[in-house]
Write a protein that binds this ligand. Structure first.
Ligand SMILES: [Zn+2]
Length: 172
């Protein structure tokens, strides 16, 4: 086996820097927006130093991977939970995966982890224990438990007037 085949490409979320993930060898990747999410001094220093040391590279995902991701999350119900930055990071993971690279995403974000589980891309968390199953979210009334579609914009229930929250449902 080629030595390169064994190398894992790490894709780093902002939480990797904030959580103090130790960057190994030279195959660490992220997207440009993460540099703006890494705000505190210590994490920013780790980030900038890694760029300078050529062990961290900023790359842009392919548009096709973004489309592929949008198909997945429209089904899983994660669309509402993911920021544009999250989506771009996931698209990059799909990109690398489609290129046959061995990857691991480093993130503490449950919504990102949930999507990675669905698309079968390995991940590890920095601070928190990773989630065990696959989850979906359902808008639900706190009072009468009526469930609403994702596009229901009101914050209160049309029947009982109670607050609506997003309930996490475990799928298997
Ligand atoms: Zn209600």
């Amino acid at each position: 086996m080629d030595k390169m085949d064994k190398n894992i490409y790490y894709i780093l979320d902002a939480s990797a820097f904030i959580g103090g993930f130790e960057l190994k060898d030279s195959l660490n990747f992220t997207i440009s927006e993460i540099s703006e999410e890494v705000k505190d001094l210590k994490s920013k220093m780790i980030f900038d130093q890694a760029i300078e040391d050529n062990i961290l590279f900023i790359v842009e995902p392919d548009d096709l991977s973004i489309n592929e991701l949008n198909n997945v999350i429209s089904y899983s119900g994660d669309t509402l939970r993911l920021s544009n930055v999250d989506k771009k990071l996931l698209a990059l993971a799909i990109d690398f995966s489609n290129q046959g690279k061995k990857i691991k995403v480093v993130t503490d974000d449950y919504s990102i982890q949930n999507v990675l589980k669905i698309i079968n891309i390995p991940y590890r968390s920095v601070l928190t224990e990773g989630i065990k199953g696959i989850y979906n979210w359902k808008k639900t009334c706190q009072g009468c438990r009526k469930e609403y579609p994702d596009n229901y914009d009101d914050e209160v229930c049309e029947i009982c007037g109670s607050k609506i929250f997003k309930r996490r449902i475990k799928l298997d």
